[in-house]
Design a protein around this ligand. Structure first.
Ligand SMILES: *[C@@H]1O[C@H](CO)[C@@H](O)[C@H](O)[C@H]1NC(C)=O
Length: 585
């Protein structure tokens, strides 16, 4: 608001063309005559006189630049421009305030309002001159919720005029009241307010009843009509507080981080109750051992009805070693008692160190995440197997299947058999059972071993596949070009009907896909995962291969199953495996 006013003033100053010719106004008749009692507050405004004004002053700053005040002391003194602010006269809005007004302030006041001169004559009299009774009350302090009547102090003056004979007019009219410049009227919003015999009667006072009340009445004295104006300041109070102040901040003892040589601001926030005669204060002490030293003392005005929240700062210019070993005490007190808040300082760890620590943490986290995901990627199969081993449900229970896997393989031409290498038949009949049956407790269906001869070959195969959970196909050139492809086709068809059957393709040797393969088989070869067998290694050493096979096999808990930990947990745990004897033909 203040900045706005200053800005406005500046703008108007620039626009001002020329000072008005105030001398013209001097010869004008007097518009209003006021009577005032000395040593009291007084105010009048640069308003054109009117019979029943709704307001008697306006404090809006918009007027301040427009209204200029001149004064001519009573006995034809020189006309002087009143400066904006002197000790007891203040321009505010469109009005001139006196605090207090004295007999020397009598005279003619001239102001210009919208190009029109307003001439105001003031006659200030002492109480004695005006025959006032002694008990003028210009300042009231009713307690909130109490009843109160505000009497017009000016009505206690000029009573001697009542007794003069032969008057044409009534010497005094009744009173008009204004609160903060506005005429007091009966209103719904303030239902407990009444106007009675020149008094304002308040049924129960509110905090909002505080303010500056003006009472005006017309006075006829020696054929001159005066406006007699007096002011009552009303300040609503409450009962004095019964408790000492409350420290809102710091609550109890607070430790603050401080850097040596740097400034530090301590804040104490206190709630004070109402006190009619303020005795409240906030003090800062430094305490080292038993020694207490007063650093700062601030008085607090606690005359606010609902209490006062007060924030007090103490600034340490440079934190020293001594400060780190002392306590800073904020003591708030009123007439009832006191309360304290305590600060303790702690050396601040350097920022660089914090930063370094944070950086290290971040790097370690990123590395950890990277390592974790790499490990998980690399050892995915191991993790899944480990999980299955300990946690997963046995898939084989209650599915009415006889075999864990049907094994389909080609029988190579014995004449072409190369005895130095393991062939696919040996692989199917010896290596697979040794690992999957003996070691991991799966039950395989090997056509030569488990299907009794006698039935129709094709039906037997289809039935065997249906009774199995998986179908393992050992693929090789002989396989894809020979009769066994039928078994692959049967398995593909069966798995399409029975979703619980899954195919596991083992690429025993690489081969060229023949054109003659059935369409479904071609598709299956394209989409199903293949596990490559590496001929060069000894069968049981091919650990990755067996892990992959087990990964695709159903989850099964049998007594014979050994918990095989992933190699990154205990790399040597599988060392007890007996090497498989390679067939020498
Ligand atoms: C604060 O109050 C205690 C009693 O509660 C009193 O002993 C002490 O002197 C008071 N301190 C000050 C500085 O007034």
């Amino acid at each position: 608001m203040l900045t706005f006013c200053l800005l406005f003033l500046l703008l108007v100053k620039r626009a001002e063309v020329r000072d008005i010719d105030i001398a013209e106004c001097l010869y004008k008749h007097i518009d209003v005559r006021y009577r005032a009692i000395s040593d009291e507050k007084f105010v009048f405004s640069c308003d054109s006189p009117s019979v029943d004004p709704a307001s008697v002053f306006n404090s809006s700053c918009l007027y301040e630049s427009k209204v200029k005040w001149y004064w001519q002391p009573r006995h034809n003194g020189a006309l002087t421009l009143l400066s904006h602010k002197t000790t007891n006269r203040v321009h505010r809005g469109n009005s001139l305030w006196f605090n207090p007004i004295t007999t020397d302030d009598s005279g003619t006041y001239i102001c210009r309002n919208g190009g029109r001169c307003v001439n105001i004559f003031i006659d200030v009299q002492t109480k004695k001159m005006a025959h006032c009774s002694d008990n003028l009350r210009n300042y009231l302090e009713p307690a909130v919720e109490q009843g109160e009547s505000i009497a017009c102090p000016g009505k206690k003056c000029f009573s001697h005029l009542q007794h003069l004979p032969d008057r044409h007019f009534l010497p005094q009219t009744s009173v008009k009241w204004y609160k903060n410049g506005k005429q007091v009227r009966l209103q719904k919003e303030r239902w407990g307010l009444k106007l009675k015999q020149d008094k304002i009667i308040l049924h129960a006072v509110h905090e909002k009843d505080s303010g500056t009340y003006i009472c005006d009445y017309m006075l006829n004295d020696s054929n001159t009509r005066w406006t007699m104006r007096t002011i009552v300041s009303v300040f609503i109070i409450s009962k004095d507080t019964q408790s000492p102040p409350t420290i809102l901040e710091p609550s109890g003892k607070r430790t603050l981080e401080a850097e040596l040589g740097k400034p530090l601001l301590l804040l104490c926030k206190v709630q004070f109750g109402f006190e009619r005669i303020p005795s409240s204060s906030v003090q800062w002490y430094r305490q080292i051992g038993k020694n207490k030293e007063l650093l700062q003392n601030t008085r607090v005005n606690s005359r606010s009805l609902g209490g006062t929240t007060f924030s007090d700062h103490f600034k340490l210019m440079e934190v020293s070693e001594a400060d780190l070993s002392s306590h800073f005490i904020c003591l708030a007190q009123n007439s009832v008692g006191n309360s304290t808040g305590v600060f303790k300082l702690k050396r601040k760890t350097a920022k660089a160190l914090h930063f370094l620590l944070a950086l290290c943490c971040a790097i370690i986290t990123v590395l950890g995440l990277f390592l974790g995901s790499t490990l998980a990627y690399q050892y995915w199969i191991e993790i899944v197997l480990l999980y299955r081993n300990y946690m997963a449900k046995d898939e084989t229970v209650g599915d009415n299947k006889e075999f864990d896997a049907f094994v389909s393989y080609a029988k190579p031409d014995s004449s072409k058999a190369d005895s130095t290498f393991l062939n696919e038949e040996q692989f199917a009949l010896e290596v697979l059972p040794q690992i999957l049956e003996n070691k991991y407790g799966y039950k395989l269906c090997l056509t030569d071993r488990d299907i009794l001869p006698g039935g129709a070959y094709t039906d037997d195969i289809v039935n065997a596949v249906k009774k199995s959970r998986r179908a393992i196909m050992i693929l090789s050139p002989t396989y894809v070009n020979g009769q066994s492809v039928f078994e692959l086709e049967a398995a593909v068809n069966t798995s399409l009907e029975d979703k619980t059957i899954k195919l596991i393709l083992i690429q025993f040797e690489s081969f060229q896909e023949p054109q003659s393969l059935p369409h479904k088989v071609k598709k299956a070869l394209r989409v199903l995962p293949r596990i490559a067998w590496e001929t060069s290694t000894s069968p049981t050493d091919n650990k990755q291969f067996w892990k992959k096979i087990r990964y695709h096999m159903p989850v099964k808990h049998t007594k014979g199953t050994e918990a095989e930990l992933p190699s990154f947990f205990t790399p040597l745990v599988t060392g007890h495996e007996k090497p498989l004897q390679e067939k020498s033909g």
